[in-house]
Write a protein that binds this ligand. Structure first.
Ligand SMILES: CC(C)(COP(=O)(O)OP(=O)(O)OC[C@H]1O[C@@H](n2cnc3c(N)ncnc32)[C@H](O)[C@@H]1OP(=O)(O)O)[C@@H](O)C(=O)NCCC(=O)NCCS
Length: 162
């Protein structure tokens, strides 16, 4: 069985390890944009600083192991935004999923869905009306995953080499 709990500063090393499951495919998919983390301490600091943020949400999924400590198998990070709007846009509050990763050994067990559900519930408690995220176009698995959870395309970023 897998359980989902909030991440704390104690989990910085766990988050940095699990990040490999999302960052690796991004380095592979867009090596012109992403690079392998050059410095483990800097990666840990990135999560330390993120968790210190007032609007940060982070959850870890743990697989229960018999006679052993629960094993972290996935994580999600998200930020809460209360956007006041502008002369051209309406105010809106939303949770934005920044990272999500599940150990491939545990793919298709509903862990990713449980992590997104944790963000949805926390976002709702914080007054958000939507959950947003962005996905690189090469990442067909993630597109299928979010589609499966009822996410719909909202905005397209386009690029052209010069
Ligand atoms: C995307 C990811 C988080 C999904 O995690 P997961 O735990 O395997 O997903 P779930 O088991 O909760 O899947 C929920 C639903 O999403 C859809 N889905 C998930 N993976 C899918 C795939 N490879 N192909 C098609 N649909 C998929 C299905 O509808 C699935 O429900 P079902 O299994 O009952 O059919 C995981 O594949 C991952 O960590 N990928 C690498 C990191 C990454 O790309 N992160 C997203 C960055 S934007």
């Amino acid at each position: 069985m897998t359980t989902v709990r909030p991440a704390t500063q104690e989990d910085v090393a766990v988050l940095a390890r699990l990040n490999g499951f999302v960052h690796g495919p991004h380095v592979e998919g867009r090596p012109d944009f992403f690079q392998p983390p050059s410095d483990k301490e800097k990666l840990a600091s990135l999560f330390h600083d993120f968790l210190a943020g007032e609007d940060a949400l982070a959850f870890i999924a743990e697989a229960e192991a018999e006679e052993a400590e629960a094993r972290p198998v996935g994580y999600v990070t998200a930020t809460i935004h209360h956007n006041p709007g502008s002369v051209l846009t309406r105010p809106r509050s939303f949770a934005f999923v920044e990272h999500i990763a599940v150990d491939p050994e545990h793919a298709r067990e509903g862990i990713g869905a449980a992590l997104v559900e944790a963000v949805r519930a926390a976002g709702k408690d914080a007054g958000c009306t939507t959950v947003l995220t962005d996905v690189w176009d090469f990442n067909k698995t993630a597109l299928a995953f979010f589609d499966g959870l009822g996410f719909v395309p909202m905005h397209h970023w386009l690029e052209r080499s010069l």
